[in-house]
Design a protein around this ligand. Structure first.
Ligand code: 1CP
Length: 333
């Protein structure tokens, strides 16, 4: 357990905790090397040995305070028997839903598919690279998973307006929540010390539908994670009112995107805050990158603040810039 957990528990820390979303990924040549030899992305996620190696790659290079497991939110639809493929230059493509089959899947059938993830977590949490550091497990939020399962591809391409009208939708929602809990529980049992809930498409939902698709299911998951004695960070990307979200959902910490005004967040929210910096700032020259980072550090200097980005590291990022930024944050104060 490390300073990330301490910060979320509102303890004073010797430096500002830092990790990045997508810190293990395509901007690292050592990741691209493994990836080029493993063209099936899901198989790579389910290769406990290689996914451990990838999880630890960024910690070998940079002074991050936590590792996030190398996995994917879409392993839940996969475990529910939905066909899943990652097409180059397109993104995920999901198959048709066999609702009858999904509803009848047993816990064991689900565990069997996801077992390598738990093996990865167990082995990684015991690795000496993570001494005094945290290991973050995660799930996609219920809404974001429902979007992928019914839309069958990234909603960035198009969002099927009929997704709200699926007659079996309430049953699917229930099964997703049930499976998320199974997956979270196993991750915690195997050594994940913090859970992050990624609601990457929260910004697409109309406000009048928030209660059913975002607030209620996320609150249920947050309560569940807390009942396991573990902290939970929520990242409802693109929503308009982070304050209302925090008041209702009550995560242990809130991760903010790069479009929201950090000054307003600092005024409105008193739980620990994570992130914010636009990942594109890492494509700037050193001086401008650090100026932008300093802005967040100053705004949140009287808060419990976890340094992170407002979304994942962009593949074009130069690892040298990541090092400069991490060292800058670690030396701040
Ligand atoms: O090499 C490749 O082509 C694969 C790229 C890649 C990677 C590195 C994908 C495909 N997933 C991942 C790993 C991943 N996914 C992690 C690893 C841990 C880390 O952060 O280092 C995590 C946390 C995720 C979570 C994830 N997957 C999210 C939530 C966070 C976010 O980025 O918003 C989402 C939406 C996904 C779906 C997904 N997986 C991969 C892609 C390209 C996408 C997004 C597709 C889309 O635009 O809809």
């Amino acid at each position: 357990m490390g300073i990330l957990k301490d910060c979320i528990n509102k303890k004073k820390t010797s430096s500002i905790p830092i990790w990045f979303m997508r810190q293990a990924g395509r901007y690292l040549p050592e990741f691209r090397d493994i990836r080029s030899k493993n063209t099936n992305f899901i198989e790579l996620c389910l290769n406990a040995k290689l996914s451990k190696e990838i999880t630890l790659q960024p910690l070998k290079r940079f002074s991050f305070d936590a590792a996030i497991i190398f996995s994917d939110i879409l392993l839940i639809p996969y475990a529910l028997g939905q066909n899943l493929e990652f097409k180059k230059n397109f993104g995920p493509v999901l198959g048709d839903l066999n609702i009858e089959r999904i509803l009848n899947l047993s816990d064991n059938e689900i565990y069997q598919k996801l077992n390598p993830v738990y093996e990865l977590i167990k082995n990684t949490s015991e690795d000496k690279t993570l001494t005094n550091k945290d290991l973050i497990g995660f799930v996609g939020a219920t809404w974001t998973l429902l979007v992928y399962m019914l839309n069958k591809k990234s909603p960035k391409k198009t969002l099927d307006p009929n997704i709200y009208k699926n007659p079996e939708q309430d049953k699917i929602l229930k099964k997703i929540i049930y499976t998320q809990k199974l997956h979270i529980k196993k991750q915690v049992e195997n050594g994940a010390s913090i859970i992050q809930i990624f609601d990457s498409w929260a910004g697409l939902l109309e406000t009048d539908k928030f209660d059913k698709y975002i607030y209620q299911p996320t609150k249920e998951l947050v309560d569940f994670v807390k009942s396991l004695g573990v902290e939970v960070i929520c990242f409802p990307r693109g929503i308009k009112s982070y304050k209302k979200y925090c008041d209702i959902v009550k995560p242990s910490a809130i991760s903010i995107d790069y479009e929201i005004d950090p000054n307003k967040i600092a005024e409105d929210i008193d739980i620990p805050i994570q992130g914010g910096l636009d990942p594109k700032c890492l494509l700037l020259d050193k001086k401008d990158m650090l100026k932008n980072a300093q802005k967040y550090l100053e705004i949140f200097k009287n808060h419990h603040y976890i340094f992170n980005l407002g979304h994942g590291v962009i593949p074009e990022t130069n690892p040298e810039n990541v090092k400069i930024l991490v060292d800058f944050v670690k030396d701040f104060r």
